[in-house]
Design a protein around this ligand. Structure first.
Ligand code: KIV
Ligand code: ZN
Length: 507
């Protein structure tokens, strides 16, 4: 890593803390796709999971470690030797591995959660960090609930971690309780009491909406690493949003005097990739990436922007990679054109996968005149990055309500490789489709959310449907895209069912 004092490092935890956001579970292939996009974006460190927490997390950390070359890859671990060994094993093939060891240090957490005395926490810090450093050179240590920890005890724990070999100290505002000036004072207090070559990191939660403000205040006080997620997803109200933090540093560079390694043009593609993967639309009023961020409704604003965009725009849509309506491929595009277009978008696919996309593009081009970047991306996620399916939709025909006959869905599904036909009436066509699928697969989850979104403009736009379903204590999100909204709905419902059964099997 460059060691200029004015360079800050971005530690992305979308795949770990972000995945703890309710309903944001990702499959292994989706996490790999997200990690590749994060690397393209230029994050310095990717926290790929908590290797010891489950077989799925272990597999994810080890696969991301193998696939990613430029960014460091980190695994979270408790101050437990077995956790550290598991994480080190998962990171065996990483070109730049990092172990991220944490223990809670506030009196509240030590007394009620850990049931450990301060001396025992110091001992656990020393023993575990020493062990971690013997496995992997790059070790980060976190004091969980640091913002509610006695200041001098926090410094003592941090010094213990440094003496044991940690090179980065992370100060989390675990419950989003800190206020900017107070948090900055905590960082300055620590910085004055540790060697200058140790990097102070911060990890701010957004419970009071201050995660970005607290992180920026910490930078002003000397922190040089921030833990962030795309779109600010994460536990409860989420984490510090990468795009907001980076655009503050970029737009107000003269104020902060800090460099970062992010390619800002990859911000919007990263947000879009995450949104597609977790099946959550980008809120329209979200800073930087929301649909309204560059929309000017009021006449007086429009006149100003036309005369000179800086009247009301402090950054350009291009600077965050917001796409124009560029037609990318069509019916007559060959394999090479699709391959190079996909590579430009960050998808490095194998030859057989490009063939699949090529054939999907040709199918789509029969139904839709213009195919945009967003359409192509939706096809890739649909064809390449979906889960190995237990349930598949083979055919669907829907009869709308007609002279007293209720709407009816006729479905052909494949269930564990066996073909199954079913017909079902419903209150409306979507109801008939969902009921029909539920009966055929013998699951009747509660439908909690159903959302339709046109990926691009025009009546021939590819429709994207997102559904959220729950059964017992599990919730799953599914996504489907197709020019026919009813077909997209069926795909989204089946995708959610596939995720739900996978979660139930993993229980
Ligand atoms: O919020 C938190 O304290 C964390 C730590 C494990 C870094 O996520
Ligand atoms: Zn956290």
């Amino acid at each position: 890593m460059p060691d200029s004092p004015d360079r800050i490092f971005l530690f992305d935890t979308t795949l770990r803390d972000g995945e703890q956001s309710p309903g944001a579970t990702m499959s292994l292939s989706e996490k790999i796709r997200m990690a590749q996009q994060l690397e393209l974006l230029g994050v310095d460190i990717i926290e790929a999971g908590f290797a010891a927490s489950s077989a799925g997390d272990f597999e994810c950390v080890s696969t991301v470690a193998r696939e990613i070359g430029n960014s460091s890859v980190a695994s979270l671990c408790r101050t437990v030797i077995a956790d550290i060994d598991k994480a080190a094993e998962a990171l065996r093939h990483a070109r730049k591995p990092r172990l991220h060891v944490f223990i809670a240090t506030s009196a509240l957490h030590m007394d009620y959660k850990l049931k450990l005395s301060p001396e025992e926490v110091l001992k656990a810090t020393d023993t575990s960090v020493r062990h971690a450093v013997s496995c992997v050179r790059d070790v980060e240590f976190s004091c969980e609930d640091a913002s509610r920890t006695d200041l001098d005890f926090m410094v003592e724990v941090c010094r213990t971690a440094i003496a044991a070999g940690a090179k980065t100290l992370n100060i989390p505002d675990t419950v989003g309780y800190a206020q900017p000036e107070e948090f900055a004072a905590r960082i300055a207090y620590l910085k004055a009491r540790i060697p200058g070559d140790i990097i102070i990191s911060v990890h701010c939660h957004n419970d009071l909406g201050l995660a970005v403000a607290n992180t920026l205040a910490a930078f002003r006080a000397g922190a040089r690493q921030a833990e962030v997620t795309i779109g600010g997803i994460g536990e409860r109200a989420g984490n510090c949003a990468l795009e907001e933090l980076v655009m503050n540093l970029t737009v107000r560079k003269a104020y902060y005097h800090l460099e970062h390694g992010i390619s800002t043009q990859q911000i919007f593609p990263s947000m879009r990739t995450l949104s597609r993967i977790i099946g959550r639309p980008i809120p329209v009023n979200k800073p930087v990436v929301g649909a309204n961020a560059f929309a000017h409704e009021a006449g007086i604003h429009q006149a100003g922007v036309l005369a000179n965009p800086s009247t009301y725009e402090i950054m350009t849509p291009e600077s965050i990679g917001l796409p124009g309506n560029n037609i990318v491929v069509g019916k007559h595009s060959g394999k090479n054109a699709i391959k190079s277009k996909l590579e430009g978008m960050g998808y490095h696919l194998e030859s057989a996968q490009i063939d699949l996309i090529l054939s999907a593009v040709k199918d789509l081009a029969d139904k839709k005149k213009d195919i945009f970047d967003e359409d192509l991306e939706a096809l890739v996620l649909e064809e390449i990055y979906r889960l190995p399916d237990k349930y598949k939709l083979l055919h669907l025909a829907v009869q709308s309500a007609d002279s007293g006959i209720p709407p009816c869905a006729m479905l052909v599904l494949e269930i564990d490789g066996v073909k199954r036909e079913h017909a079902q009436f419903g209150v409306g066509p979507i109801d008939a489709v969902f009921r029909g699928i539920s009966v055929a697969v013998r699951h009747s989850p509660k439908l909690e959310q159903y959302a339709v979104n046109a990926i691009t403009g025009g009546t021939d736009a590819l429709g994207e449907v997102t559904v959220r379903i729950s059964e017992q204590d599990k919730t799953a999100i599914g996504r489907g895209s197709h020019p026919d909204i009813i077909n997209a709905s069926a795909r989204a419902y089946i995708n959610a069912l596939n995720r739900l059964v996978k979660m139930q099997e993993e229980k």
